[in-house]
Design a protein around this ligand. Structure first.
Ligand code: ACM
Length: 415
């Protein structure tokens, strides 16, 4: 046992005495001892069950709950049950921040799993940084962030675009139309796309952003028709994905000559719009529901058994699922007295897990994950055909669009 562990155990014993005599506040703020008591460990689950991104976040909640139930059914973490505290932040960043404060400060959760949009992640970040708690974020995002209080299990731009953009240029051509929802994620993601396109001698003929929740795409589609881009690169999110695809199809445009190439359209949005509206378009992601692996077969079967045979899995529900298993692996490595947000953060560095997409790993230097990029084309049955997959896992580079900056274990470095 090392020195710090001994010190902690002594503190723990003292803390117990204070609890009995009625002064828990003297020790409890971020004491590891407080987080694993009575054979239980409490975690927050913070995904929107209402509002414009509920279409996707509701499935992230389901995958998270299923993983927690799976671990508890197998005996918990070293006998400790994971107890989820579920909140609905209603697709509203301010409500995200309010609920995050409740989960961390009132409920005393040791970690919180949640959020889809980068706007909601940015809203909760100060809570986790100030309280030295730990947020687990499963969603693909724009990178350019380096928090010591977040484990990022979704893809960053290099993991979705490095293979995808050159592949699309070669297959379809060099005139690109960038369409996204109007907030930080699409703008930063497009910054990287534009760099890649420039390097390939390709041209951005339009870059356009629509409000979150936008549902009327006729003027956008008229521009598609008049500009005739070779590729429509979409970072539209939420309900708008459904509206965009349906209206594209209703306008009679043809994915064979003007495909949409998305980083956000998964089996989940496709189920909502109907396979006909998505057929022929492309998505880059580390996971597709059809991926052939024993781990994925088990994941898909368990998900359908738990939530209904008509339900689909997708690349953000998969990371929502595997990040719970990474959490459990990290907690399992710790003595009960060491279980706390930062102890878990340190224990998960370098941790590997055989996920449905293949083996993944938490990069110790930046707390993002090594993932396995794939390119899929949607079919009318609502599933993707995997056309290409990376030969190996790909390192996360959260600063791929900013080569003079690097996220390191010491924080952001200018290089
Ligand atoms: C996103 O906002 N990170 C999809």
């Amino acid at each position: 046992m090392n020195k710090s562990r001994r010190t902690f155990l002594k503190l723990g014993a003292a803390a117990g005495a204070f609890t009995v005599t009625g002064f828990p506040h003297i020790w409890s703020k971020n004491s590891s001892f407080a987080y694993a008591q009575g054979g239980e460990i409490k975690v927050g689950v913070l995904f929107s069950l209402t509002g414009t991104t509920a279409i996707i976040e509701e499935s992230l909640n389901k995958a998270t709950i299923m993983a927690i139930e799976e671990i508890n059914a197998a005996g918990g973490i070293n006998g400790m049950k994971i107890v989820p505290v579920i909140e609905d932040p209603a697709s509203d960043p301010a409500t995200f921040a309010e609920k995050a404060r409740k989960l961390v400060m009132s409920d005393k959760c040791v970690s919180v799993f949640g959020s889809y949009t980068s706007a909601s992640r940015k809203a909760v970040l100060p809570v986790f940084e100030k309280q030295e708690n730990l947020f687990w974020y499963p969603t693909l995002y724009e990178g350019r962030e380096c928090s010591k209080n977040v484990i990022y299990t979704g893809a960053v731009p290099n993991q979705q675009q490095d293979d995808f953009v050159p592949w699309l240029v070669e297959k379809f051509g060099k005139r690109w139309y960038l369409i996204g929802s109007n907030y930080i994620y699409p703008k930063e993601e497009n910054n990287y796309c534009k760099k890649l396109l420039e390097g390939l001698g390709a041209e951005v003929i339009a870059e356009e952003y629509v409000p979150l929740g936008h549902s009327e795409f006729s003027s956008v589609i008229n521009k598609f028709r008049s500009e005739k881009p070779n590729v429509i690169f979409s970072t539209v999110v939420g309900d708008s994905v459904v509206a965009l695809h349906r209206q594209y199809r209703a306008a009679g445009l043809d994915p064979a000559t003007m495909p949409m190439a998305s980083l956000t359209t998964s089996e989940n949005e496709v189920a909502a719009m109907g396979g006909d509206a998505a057929a022929g378009h492309f998505t880059s992601a580390p996971y597709f529901m059809v991926f052939d692996s024993p781990e994925n077969k088990k994941f898909v079967e368990a998900y359908k058994a738990r939530w209904g045979g008509d339900k689909v899995t997708h690349f953000v529900s998969e990371s929502s699922y595997f990040q719970i298993h990474l959490f459990a692996q990290a907690v399992a490595k710790l003595a009960p007295s060491d279980i706390g947000p930062l102890g878990i953060r340190d224990a998960v560095k370098g941790e590997e897990y055989k996920a449905p997409q293949g083996l993944v790993k938490v990069e110790p230097d930046n707390l993002h994950c090594w993932l396995r990029p794939k390119i899929g084309q949607c079919k009318a049955d609502g599933q993707f055909e995997i056309l290409q997959q990376s030969a190996d896992w790909l390192e996360p580079n959260p600063y791929s669009a900013y080569p003079d900056q690097k996220c390191t274990s010491e924080g952001l470095k200018q290089i």
